[in-house]
Ligand binder design. Structure first.
Ligand SMILES: Nc1ncnc2c1ncn2[C@@H]1O[C@H](COP(=O)(O)OP(=O)(O)OP(=O)(O)O)[C@@H](O)[C@H]1O
Ligand SMILES: [Mg+2]
Length: 227
């Protein structure tokens, strides 16, 4: 499966979640199964891999070009899972990431303002889905404050956009930033932590969503406020 982590809004957690998801998939399937594609001209994922001291748990390549969707099938053919860390802003690159992906995951903080700021990405994804009937897409909430519920305002905005929100949420946790600074992931630093557990649940849900048949795919179920 090719998962594109995309949001033209900057700093929402595309790179953080990309490396974490890639690491968890590699923990499950093996290092040679997973490729992380850095499609951001800022090269954050590549920089992450360069500061890492121990062996990389998965392959990482830079591919911030608008021919990505044409080049990736040949380059990625031996991998079971490919995660694309998308760029902020650049529309043409984002479009190419969407064209390359089987599933687009839009990370976003649990704030209506941030979700509104993601609208351009939602539009791009919906446009592409007209031509790419099998494209799956969803929001994932990142940087939720632990022990708080997702607000009704957030749920309403997503419902109005007719967008699916994954049940798994990632909380605001300092370990994500600490791991990034040393070229690690939460699984290197604390594999038994709450952060690791959240990523594991997220990966379970992504794999499950990815395996759904077409008719069930983006069917938007009205999200409910967390209990
Ligand atoms: N769940 C989290 N808890 C704590 N810090 C986080 C979390 N997610 C992301 N961060 C921090 O927020 C900052 C932005 O995250 P990140 O670089 O992953 O976002 P991005 O969407 O890839 O940004 P850009 O648009 O610039 O590529 C980083 O400093 C990262 O460590
Ligand atoms: Mg990034």
């Amino acid at each position: 499966m090719i998962i594109g982590m995309l949001n033209q809004k900057g700093g929402v957690g595309k790179t953080t979640l990309s490396v974490s998801i890639a690491h968890e998939l590699a923990r499950r399937g093996g290092q040679e199964d997973v490729l992380l594609v850095d499609a951001d001209p800022q090269q954050s994922a590549l920089s992450w891999s360069e500061v890492r001291e121990s062996k990389l748990p998965f392959a990482v390549i830079g591919m911030a070009k608008k021919s990505l969707h044409r080049d990736l099938p040949a380059i990625g053919k031996n991998y079971k899972h490919i995660i694309i860390d998308g760029p902020p802003r650049v529309t043409e690159l984002a479009r190419s990431c969407i064209m390359a992906a089987d599933m687009v995951v839009i990370p976003c903080t649990p704030s209506p303002y941030d979700i509104w700021a993601s609208e351009e990405t939602v539009q791009l994804v919906k446009e592409a889905s007209v031509y790419k009937e099998n494209l799956k897409y969803c929001f994932v909430i990142n940087r939720k404050i632990a022990n708080t519920a997702i607000g009704r305002d957030v749920v309403d905005v997503l419902n109005n956009m007719d967008m699916k929100m994954l049940d798994s949420h990632i909380c605001q946790r300092v370990i994500f930033a600490e791991a990034a600074a040393s070229g690690n992931t939460v699984f290197d630093l604390e594999p038994e932590s709450k952060a690791s557990e959240e990523i594991e649940k997220l990966v379970n849900e992504l794999l499950e969503f990815g395996s759904l048949k077409n008719g069930q795919k983006n069917c938007h179920q009205k999200s409910e406020v967390e209990a």
